[in-house]
Design a binder for this molecule. Structure first.
Ligand SMILES: [Zn+2]
Length: 119
């Protein structure tokens, strides 16, 4: 799902994309110049690999995502929000893919290993 930046106004535009059982659903709204504010919820179930025992395990996602999307190179700076640069269109499938990859690249441990750490 793509939406051109020029179609984004101060009235929030809804979007929803899904990939491999994970949904990114929310709104985009014009913020300033070439900047769009995205607010969404990331929900679903993904398979992660435990960093301790290397077993795969499923986990439920339910995360609030808030970031800025810049049409072209971002020239300002925002201390609070991450900025994603895109060209002409907001590619929501790519955003979802990026968010999932970010989660996968974090440190994860399965329930078994978590329990052993506590003992
Ligand atoms: Zn484990």
């Amino acid at each position: 799902m793509n939406i051109p930046f020029r179609r984004i106004t101060k009235t929030p535009t809804e979007f929803e994309v899904e990939s491999d059982g994970v949904t990114l659903k929310g709104t985009v709204v014009f913020k300033e110049r070439n900047i769009v504010l995205l607010q969404a919820q990331l929900q679903g179930q993904i398979e992660l690999t435990c960093d301790i025992c290397a077993e795969d395990f499923a986990t439920i996602l339910n995360e609030k995502i808030e970031l800025l999307v810049s049409d072209g190179i971002y020239q300002g700076f925002d201390e609070k929000l991450d900025v994603v640069e895109m060209q002409d269109n907001i590619d929501f499938d790519e955003l979802l893919h990026t968010e999932i990859e970010l989660i996968r690249s974090d440190y994860h441990s399965c329930e078994n290993c978590k329990n052993q750490e506590r003992n």
